[in-house]
Design a protein around this ligand. Structure first.
Ligand code: CUA
Length: 313
């Protein structure tokens, strides 16, 4: 590829790391050129119109429209080009992730809690396999945090009250810094973590070494019973509520005529704000669980509903 001819070029350890670096260099170059032009003109006029220099100082009225239109449109095109370039890179990084391997991240003052689908939990560390797209579903327990892995050129805010999903892919095994990049209180500067990228075989070994634990979905199933969700959503029920079997990933017709996809965000909203999106044909009778379940419990419930995806309704 032509990029390999750039001095000091390296492709980065994420699929888009090189694109971000190139964009950065492009921005610096264009800004540097504009700066150089400005300083050149500044110095030039300083010297040319210095006191005692015999030059024409009368105020000319005529204007060169060609020059005026020329430099205005040239700079507009240049900066619009930079904008489009940046937008393409942005959309490429933050496109909707696939659903292959999901890792859940809960941010709170002042730590990162990471949950794997098998129930393995970590604090301020995240183990992932290399060369595989990983979907991160992130939520905040309290204030706005920002998930930042400089080596991957990846940064995304983690906002309370909703899920953010981004895709992560690492090309080389290693340990990478994880920072919180949004000021979030006293110990913001200590909200650090580490991303450990491993060969797939090592990753499997690591998962198994974490000791027997209930998977997220199993935890969610237990909650599903203790919170009383199963009373309405399962089996022969007196209350009319939609079955959750086979729901995940499917389109859901709503009572207002629109259709949404049952993804993590939809399930989360349905638990916390059940009246905002009512499935067609059902009454808005479900109580809200806002304040009754923590982010970690929500993740378990979501994982449980997800695990029912293959079942027959
Ligand atoms: Cu969390 Cu800064």
């Amino acid at each position: 590829m032509w990029r390999e001819w750039i001095p000091f070029w390296h492709a980065g350890i994420s699929p888009y790391g090189g694109d971000v670096d190139l964009l950065f260099v492009g921005l610096v170059l264009v800004s540097g050129l504009v700066l150089a032009l400005l300083f050149f003109l500044l110095l030039y006029f300083c010297i040319r119109y210095r006191a005692g220099n015999d030059v024409d100082r009368c105020n000319h009225d005529e204007k060169s429209w060609r020059l005026e239109v020329g430099w205005t449109s040239a700079s507009m095109l240049a900066f619009l080009g930079l904008f489009i370039w940046g937008a393409v890179v942005f959309l490429n990084i933050y496109r909707t992730p696939g659903d292959e391997l999901t890792v859940f991240v809960v941010a709170q003052q002042w730590m990162w809690k990471v949950q794997h689908a098998g129930g393995q939990a970590e604090i301020n560390a995240m183990h992932v396999p290399v060369n595989r797209p990983i979907k991160l579903v992130m939520a905040s327990q309290d204030v706005i945090h920002s998930f930042f892995i400089p080596a991957l050129r990846l940064k995304h805010d983690v906002v309370p009250g909703r899920y953010q999903d981004i895709e992560l892919q690492i090309r080389r095994p290693g340990h990478y810094h994880l920072f919180c990049a949004e000021y979030c209180g006293t110990d913001h500067s200590r909200m650090l973590g580490e991303v450990v990228a491993m060969e797939p075989a090592d990753y499997t070994t690591w998962l198994n070494e974490q000791g027997p634990s209930n998977s997220l979905a199993q935890g969610g199933e237990a909650l599903f019973r203790t919170l009383g969700c199963s009373g309405c959503h399962e089996g022969s029920q007196a209350v009319h509520a939609p079955s959750l079997a086979g729901l995940y990933g499917k389109p859901v017709p709503l009572s207002d005529g629109s259709v949404v996809t049952a993804d993590e965000k939809y399930i989360r909203d349905s638990i916390l704000l059940p009246r905002s999106q009512i499935a067609a044909g059902y009454q808005p009778i479900m109580p809200s669980f806002e304040g009754r379940v923590s982010e970690a419990q929500l993740l378990q419930l979501v994982a449980y509903v997800k695990s029912l995806a293959d079942r027959q309704p």
